[in-house]
Structures are given as C-alpha cells and as structure tokens.
Design a protein around this ligand. Structure first.
Ligand SMILES: Nc1nc2c(ncn2[C@@H]2O[C@H](COP(=O)(O)OP(=O)(O)OP(=O)(O)O)[C@@H](O)[C@H]2O)c(=O)[nH]1
Length: 319
C-alpha cells in the first residue's frame, strides 16, 4: 500500500464518528482510533499491544467475548443488541458524565477482518446511540402517560368508563369460566343537580373528587375496580363477591359518604349522600354485560324511588 493510501486510511479512521478497535488473533489491541481516545479518555499509546481482556476484565465471559471468539475462530460477524448489552465500554460524553458514571449508550458490531500477511483480525465498532435511546425512552414514557390518560378519568383520577367497559367484560368471562360470583355496584350522588345549582359547578367537581377518593380507599382487593361511570355516577366491579358481601360493602360505603360530612342544604339529609344499586351474578345465572349493568341500574332506580340514601339489591331467582 502506498504512503498516500495509508495516510488516507489513517485520516478516515481518525475522523469517523464511531469507535474502532482492532484486535489481532491473540486478542492484542492493534488499533484504537481517535474516537476511542476521546470518549474512553485513554490514548492509543497506552493500549496498543496490550491484551484486550486484561484491559477490560469485566467483559470476559460476556456476549462481546463470544462475539470476538466467533469472529477470530469462525470468521463470523455479530451485532450486539443494545437492549441486551447495555453500554459495555466505560465511554463518557464528557467529564460531568464521567463523574456521574453515566456511560454513552452503545451499539456494537464485531467483524472478522483478514489482514494480508498477518492472519485474521477482529474489528469492534462502537456507535453512540444515546440520542436514539433517549428518544425511544421519551416515546415510551409518553405512550405510558397517554395510555393511563386513556383509561383514567381526568377529574377524579379513578378509572374511566372505557376502563370499566374493558374490565367488566373480562371479569364476567372469568366469573363464568370458574363459576364464581361477581357483583357490581352503581353509586349515584343524591340531588346533585341542586347541589351544583346551589354551590356552583366547581364545588360540584370537588364533591365528586371527595366521594371518589372515599370510595376508592375502601376497596381492599387489587381486582376490585372503581370507575366513574357517568357524570355523578360511579360503578364498582367486585369479583368473587356474593350478594351478601356486596350488600355489606355497599352499606359501609353509603355511611362512609355520610361521614364525609359534606353540607348539602338542598337535600333533605342536609348532607351529601349516595344511593347504591347492587347486581350479583351467581354461577347459575346467565348474565351478559348489558344484563348485569341493567340489573344494577334497576336496583339503583329502586334505591332512588325508596327515598335515596339507601342500598337496594337486584334479586334474581338464583341469588
Ligand atoms: N360539577 C359537576 N357536575 C356534574 C358533572 N357531571 C354531571 N354533573 C351534574 O350532575 C347532575 C346530575 O343530576 P340528575 O341526573 O338530574 O340527578 P340528581 O340531581 O343527582 O338527582 P337524583 O340522582 O335523582 O338524586 C347534573 O346537574 C349534571 O350537570 C361533573 O363532572 N361535575
């Protein structure tokens, strides 16, 4: 190779925007480019001729170790996925990142290279994928936020109607499959229109939040779900809960709302109260989702009809 070409290749190796390390057949470092000097903080003169694994003992037995063996012994290239091999080299963007031990995110490619007269060598290429990884993380985080917004109610923070619809379908199928009971409660704040008219919409919103929080704190099992079903109406799914247990919980919730002591001058009780309708599906019932919701709705209607601030259960032949 003439001097001009050698100079050109050296210039290119120094200028490329990725790390390049070349190892000989005995894993000794024969090339360490300028990118490596800069981001590893080690000059080539300190590493040339040294055994790669003596300098990077922590990489012994790792995926890069087998990639190097594969390149040198079997003439096979490898690409190391960033997710499985997080930043194997101690490379830092700057001194501040080094002091925080915040490595550059790396993607690696290991390839065999035949050097005329010197046998097979191995080229390790390291690219900085920090920006792509950061962007990916941002997109993942945004997707999570969007997902949680899609399934939660903006005012109260509890599950929204869409979440409820997905959950009730899943729980009803599960209850039928295992022959378990399934209860649902429909909870409606009494005389809420006069509350809004008297205290204003903003205070109405605060009232909804307080009731939602009070109800949410009463649910014990992770499979129970409280959702905002409509304006001032909440729904609760209670898997593996029979009619009696559902009634007891509904009564406790009704009295808990009273104990919030939220004044309501336009209600006969002078306090914010709720009416609750219960529907329970037992193993013998053949409810579908609309049937169960209708049953809870009818029970809620009976509770309103019976004077509000009370609990009514929908009774089926098998309950
Ligand atoms: N502040 C507030 N009010 C809401 C919201 N969603 C629904 N509402 C109000 O809730 C009220 C519900 O009123 P109605 O369905 O007539 O029932 P009610 O006055 O509660 O009477 P009963 O349910 O029969 O005891 C309406 O005035 C709605 O405007 C909300 O997000 N915030």
């Amino acid at each position: 190779m003439d001097a001009n070409r050698t100079g050109l290749l050296e210039g290119v190796l120094a200028a490329v925007n990725l790390g390049a390390i070349v190892l000989d057949g005995d894993c000794r470092i024969v090339l360490w480019n300028r990118w490596m000097e800069r981001y590893a903080g080690i000059p080539a003169s300190d590493v040339i001729g040294h055994d790669f694994f003596s300098l990077h003992q922590d990489l012994r037995g790792k995926r890069i170790d087998s990639a190097i063996t594969q390149a040198l012994r079997s003439n096979l290239p490898s690409v190391l996925s960033q997710t499985l091999n997080k930043s194997p080299f101690p490379l830092y963007a700057d001194a501040a990142a080094r002091s925080r031990d915040e490595r550059i995110q790396q993607a690696l490619a290991v390839s065999p290279v035949e050097v005329a007269g010197a046998g097979r060598h191995c080229l390790i290429q390291i690219s900085d994928v920090s920006i792509a990884v950061g962007r990916e993380k941002l997109l993942r985080d945004q997707a999570m936020v969007l997902r949680s917004q899609t399934f939660s109610d903006g005012l109260t923070g509890i599950a929204n109607r869409r979440h409820f619809d997905v959950a009730i379908d899943k729980e009803l199928r599960r209850a039928k499959r295992y022959g378990n009971a399934l209860s649902m409660l429909m909870i409606d704040i009494d005389h809420f229109k006069p509350y809004n008219d008297h205290y204003g919409h903003q205070q109405g919103d605060q009232c909804l939040i307080q009731v939602a929080v009070a109800l949410a704190t009463m649910l014990q099992r992770s499979t129970d779900l409280l959702a905002r079903y409509g304006g001032e109406e909440f729904a609760i799914i209670l898997p593996d809960t029979d009619a009696q247990a559902a009634y007891m919980l509904a009564e406790t919730m009704r009295t808990r709302v009273i104990s919030l002591n939220l004044p309501h001058e336009k209600s006969p009780a002078q306090l914010v109260t709720v009416s609750i309708g219960i529907a329970t599906m037992c193993a013998a019932d053949q409810y579908d989702v609309p049937g169960l919701i209708n049953a809870a709705d009818r029970a809620l209607y009976s509770a309103k009809h019976a004077g509000r601030n009370c609990v009514q259960a929908h009774v089926t032949a098998s309950a």
